[in-house]
Design a protein around this ligand. Structure first.
Ligand code: M6R
Length: 615
């Protein structure tokens, strides 16, 4: 969702801010803007469209000189995407300027009160209300900016990450967060502000992550003072050393981040199991599980909460936890779970899965589960993210930054972590024999090279993509462990090519979707050798009998399905429970190539955001 960048120090602010905004483009946005202070004047420029459009407009319309500035990419919530609603927003006096990520829920009542007091609004945004509330408090009570921000935020209901600047106090920026991430890069006599560390990674490896309900006053050449917004207590800044490097957030010769991330999967999966999967010793080592083993062993059930692709990874986990570890699992959309008054007890273990670690619904589901005494375990990719901090314990996926909005390596590395957990619990519970356990570990260790092999089908898949790029609809079918893969394949196609696609358990086809099948309907069927093979071959026969076009993902060397399908894509053989790690690869490549052939914006599909920090 919205992205925030700011700079205060000795360097020219504009290049840092504009490049930083480009790094945050992956979050999803529809307009952008900057405010730069040139020593005398505060210059603001904003536009609907891309950061490149903003750069062009800034260069034509305002001075770019100055050592202090803030920049923003906006994903519209209140008000359509246009130049006026884009951030930054001024206060009525023109003294204060703000950028904001999040939603102020009580903005309408605040707006009414401010209007009654003579304030005027030019945009439809909640953000313009907030900056005027800050100004109103500041003027009424004759407060400094930091204090005024604090008082105003205590009147606000909602979520925010903000950066505010006062042109009459041009040596400081005030920032605050509640529910939306905010990081501060600490350089030599300079500070960088951003929604994540990617905009400042080449300048400093030292970062402070603001916690919820904290604010900070950042002064050029001086220091950063962090306070609790509610009780005004001072907080010691905790400076972390970042592990991320520049290479990880660049395309590295690939046309798109999505393709780079698809190809990173062999190494990402290896990074996920490194130090955890000890094949020789026959051990799965995971501190987060060991330290809380009683909670897992005494659990009545595991509830998985997640959204989107992470929810699909949760469905795969349901199969493996029940099949191998014999633990009952329920998989919940976090957005439904949080609002449907679910039965949760202190005998439940909740696993929250999230790439970004910032998804608002997942975060709320975690808070709800905790309030009922459940033990909450996080599976996140982004280190130090809100979900990673909000959970009792967890395991990182270590996939490295995922920039493409369509999740790829996040999915396979989430499945890898969840598989490790299931195997570990199965062994401790005695649900798996030692030889079987070792066999599973050996097979899991081989997955990266098998993913590499699966990637070799790219040219063949590109040819298939060319055949089907103009279809309006597409069905994806799978059974057992590969049913969630069918859902994930359909989601990938929908989100980046805008082709309508549905995933179904193959046997459900007869209960409705079969009516859609005719000679114009491509059906992608996951038909690997292990796991209901004969049954899925029957489903393929049924599609063929109705002239449907069949694209089958099969186990290497399968000739049976080849006879029936229009196209087959082979993946190496593995254990049934590990097959999603391989069968998902061709589906990622298929959706990628269809979207490229249709000339869609693969990395930043319309309307979508990488991390969904609002409901
Ligand atoms: O960061 P999270 O894993 O919590 O994100 C959840 C979904 O928003 C995400 O998986 C989304 O569905 C992706 N665009 C799918 O490719």
């Amino acid at each position: 969702m919205c992205g925030i960048v700011g700079y205060i120090g000795q360097k020219e602010a504009f290049p840092i801010i504009i490049e930083g905004l480009k790094r945050l483009e992956y979050r999803g946005y529809d307009s952008a803007g900057v405010a730069l202070f040139d020593g005398n004047n505060l210059n603001v420029c904003k536009t609907k469209g891309k950061v490149a459009d903003l750069e062009e407009k800034v260069n034509k319309s305002i001075p770019t000189h100055g050592n202090i500035g803030i920049g923003h990419t906006r994903w519209a919530t209140h008000g359509v995407p246009n130049d006026v609603n884009a951030h930054p927003h001024y206060s009525n006096s023109g003294d204060l300027v703000i950028i904001h990520n999040g939603i102020i829920e009580n903005y309408e009542s605040l707006r009414k009160e401010l209007t009654a007091r003579g304030y005027e609004f030019t945009s439809d945004t909640d953000t313009e209300v907030l900056v005027n509330l800050i100004e109103d408090v500041k003027l009424k009570e004759n407060l400094k900016l930091g204090k005024a921000v604090q008082v105003a935020l205590n009147q606000v209901i909602g979520a925010y990450a903000i950066a505010v600047f006062d042109k009459n106090k041009p040596d400081e920026i005030v920032i605050a967060r509640l529910g939306s991430p905010l990081a501060v890069g600490v350089g030599d006599n300079e500070f960088f502000i951003a929604s994540d560390a990617s905009p400042f990674i080449e300048y400093t490896k030292n970062a402070i992550y603001l916690e919820d309900e904290e604010m900070a006053i950042i002064r050029a050449n001086k220091d950063i003072k962090i306070r609790k917004i509610k009780d005004d207590s001072l907080v010691d800044p905790y400076v972390q050393e970042l592990q991320m490097n520049l290479e990880q957030i660049e395309k590295g010769g690939f046309d798109h981040f999505m393709l780079k991330e698809i190809y990173e999967q062999p190494s990402a999966i290896r990074d996920t199991y490194r130090g955890r999967l000890l094949v020789k010793e026959g051990i799965v080592k995971m501190a987060g599980i060991n330290d809380n083993i009683e909670r897992f062993l005494n659990a009545d059930r595991i509830i998985v909460v997640a959204c989107g692709t992470s929810w699909h990874a949760g469905l795969v986990a349901e199969y493996i936890f029940e099949d191998i570890a014999r633990i009952p699992v329920e998989v919940e959309y976090a957005s439904e779970f949080r609002y449907r008054n679910p039965v949760i007890t202190n005998k439940d273990v909740v696993i929250a899965i999230s790439q970004s670690g910032e998804t608002a619904d997942t975060l709320a589901a975690i808070k709800l589960a905790k309030s009922h005494g459940a033990f909450v375990f996080g599976v996140c990719n982004v280190v130090g993210s809100s979900i990673a901090r909000e959970t009792h314990a967890g395991a990182y996926t270590h996939a490295g930054p995922e920039i493409g909005v369509a999740s790829t390596k996040a999915f396979t590395t989430q499945i890898t972590v969840l598989t490790l957990i299931a195997l570990k619990l199965a062994k401790i519970k005695g649900e798996i024999s030692l030889p079987e356990f070792r066999h599973h570990l050996q097979e899991l260790e081989l997955i990266p090279e098998k993913v590499q092999k699966a990637l070799e089908s790219e040219d063949h898949i590109k040819m298939i993509a060319n055949k089907y790029k103009d279809v309006r609809n597409c069905l994806y079918l799978g059974r057992g462990y590969n049913f969630p893969v069918a859902l994930e394949g359909a989601l990938k196609l929908k989100e980046i090519s805008y082709i309508h696609a549905e995933g179904y358990p193959a046997a459900e086809m007869k209960h409705g979707p079969i009516a859609l099948i005719d000679e114009n309907m491509p059906v992608v069927v996951i038909a690997t050798k292990k796991g209901h093979y004969e049954k899925i071959v029957s489903n393929i026969e049924e599609i063929k009998a109705r002239q449907g076009k069949i694209i089958a993902v099969v186990t290497e060397g399968d000739t049976n399905v080849q006879r029936l399908a229009d196209y087959v894509i082979e993946v190496p053989e593995t254990l049934e429970c590990l097959s999603p790690l391989l069968t998902t690869i061709p589906l990622q490549l298929l959706s990628y190539h269809i979207a490229v052939l249709l000339d869609k914006n693969v990395d930043q599909p319309r309307n979508l955001a990488k991390s969904v920090t609002v409901e």
